[in-house]
Design a protein around this ligand. Structure first.
Ligand code: PXG
Ligand code: PLP
Length: 441
């Protein structure tokens, strides 16, 4: 069949991701431009970007050095295969990333999205144990309320019910740690909650149940993002690290959101002083200007694969677009911007001001918790009786109408603006949200 004529202003054809399609299309919100801290809407309004797109535009929008690098690369070499071939910028980008990463996370495998990075990390974990003669280690341990993207691997170890429940049995042999949030014990904590480190001990219970010899890896977000910003209890990640070490289990940090400055250092692993065996990143890796993801692995993980005959492929895994030339060009330019402008340092310097601004909303109508770390915050609202998510949605829409793009998850408003922000932007973001909270019943 040939092409049929396109319908002008057709909103039907695009099946939108993670969107209430019919509700949205009845009253669409369209973005047509972006620069630094702001989006431009289709009706010409400037909206401050309180969510860095989707937690990904850490250096601000349409930054000239990144734009220039992409344009130059597109004209010079658009695509190069990376299976049994290479191109210089892929090696350069990996080396720069390895230099930036903490500890001996010195090897980098490229993918194109956080979901792919998670799939990659889980597969590396399974293959690592097998390469070392421990092929019975096949179990993967995630955590309730965890978000690890939408691939079958990611939803299997993930813990967000709506992302899982209609998709069948998923991967076999997965178990979950309890999530770390308790309103009763930690509401309105500033930064890391004092309560909750003991929840890591559940890993010992899971090990006792399944036996360590069957467990390959534990995957957690150092700060759970998508579920509504849950900073780890003090000492929790250290405990997970100790228990994993004791039992020969790999620890994977999913730093798709926390990577590239969000917590005030390059990676949350550095902020919290805990080095995982594998670390997944995406989003801020290229400032989201070209889709890309990277899995970092420690030396001992990589070395386990570099055995056997040298003509053999060590890992039967990769994507057509792994280390895409445009992504590498964008990523290198992004790292320059992060370094030259001290963007992670700016995030760290503003984190206390951000914390105070977020917690200044305490006492406003319906606010039942405020959480923060680095330049991330969540304001949790009490759900309306018999109508969960409606109050949050109304706040989100009103914010957008009044000049703030925020993120919404259930009745929780999440904020994570570009890290080039200043105090004026922080005042503006929380000013609009505070005003809106007084307008919604
Ligand atoms: N892991 C983590 C920790 C993430 O936050 C992914 C994996 C998947 O990445 P991709 O690139 O496949 O989407 C993510 C993505 C939100 C929101 O506002 C969060 C994400 C994506 C979109 C929206 O909750 N996180
Ligand atoms: N910050 C970022 C974002 C970087 O990419 C790098 C290096 O790649 C550094 C800091 C470290 O810079 P230098 O090696 O010049 O100390």
């Amino acid at each position: 069949m040939g092409q049929t004529a396109a319908v002008p202003n057709d909103l039907e054809s695009w099946w939108m991701p993670f969107t209430a399609n019919r509700q949205f299309k009845a009253n669409p919100r369209l973005l047509v431009g972006a620069k630094d801290m702001h989006y431009t809407t289709h009706d010409g309004r400037q909206v401050i970007d309180g969510s860095a797109g989707l937690w990904c535009v850490n250096a601000g929008h349409c930054r000239q050095p990144i734009v220039d690098a992409i344009q130059k690369q597109a004209a010079e070499m658009d695509f190069a295969p990376t299976f049994q071939m290479g191109h210089p910028k892929a090696f350069e980008f990996a080396a720069r990333l390895a230099h930036l990463a903490p500890g001996d996370l010195k090897h980098v495998f490229f993918a194109n999205s956080g979901s792919e990075a998670v799939d990659t990390a889980l597969k590396i974990a399974l293959a690592y144990h097998r390469a070392r003669g421990e092929g019975a280690r096949t179990r993967l341990i995630g955590r309730e309320r965890g978000y690890h993207g939408v691939g079958f691997g990611g939803i299997s170890v993930g813990g967000i019910v709506s992302n899982r429940k209609v998709f069948g049995p998923m991967l076999a042999g997965v178990d979950h740690l309890p999530h770390t949030h308790s309103l009763k014990d930690m509401a309105f904590s500033k930064g890391l909650p004092d309560w909750g480190a003991h929840l890591a001990d559940d890993l010992e219970r899971i090990v006792a149940l399944h036996d360590a010899s069957t467990i390959a890896a534990v995957i957690v977000e150092p700060v759970a993002g998508s579920t509504g910003v849950l900073p780890p209890p003090k000492g929790y990640l250290q405990k997970l690290r100790q228990i994993c070490d004791k039992h020969g289990i790999l620890l994977i940090f999913d730093e798709v959101i926390t990577g590239f400055g969000r917590t005030g250092t390059a990676f949350a692993a550095e902020t919290f002083g805990v080095i995982p065996d594998l670390m997944t990143t995406a989003k801020g890796l290229t400032n989201a200007a070209v889709p890309a993801a990277a899995v970092f692995t420690r030396k001992h993980v990589f070395d386990a694969f570099m055995q056997g005959p040298e003509h053999m492929i060590e890992l039967f895994h990769g994507y057509t677009y792994s280390a895409h030339a445009l992504a590498c060009a964008a990523g290198l330019a992004t790292l320059d911007v992060y370094r030259d402008e001290g963007i992670f340092e700016n995030a760290a310097a503003l984190a206390p001001y951000w914390e105070d601004a977020a917690h200044s909303l305490k006492g406003l109508p319906h606010v039942i918790d405020i959480r923060n770390i680095g330049i991330m915050a969540a304001i949790e609202l009490a759900p309306r009786e018999n109508a969960p998510t409606k109050r949050g949605y109304e706040v989100f829409v009103k914010c957008f109408e009044q000049g703030l793009m925020a993120r919404l998850t259930g009745d929780t408003i999440a904020l994570s603006p570009p890290l080039i922000l200043n105090k004026g932007h922080i005042d503006e973001i929380f000013g609009i949200l505070g005003k809106v909270l007084k307008q919604v019943d």
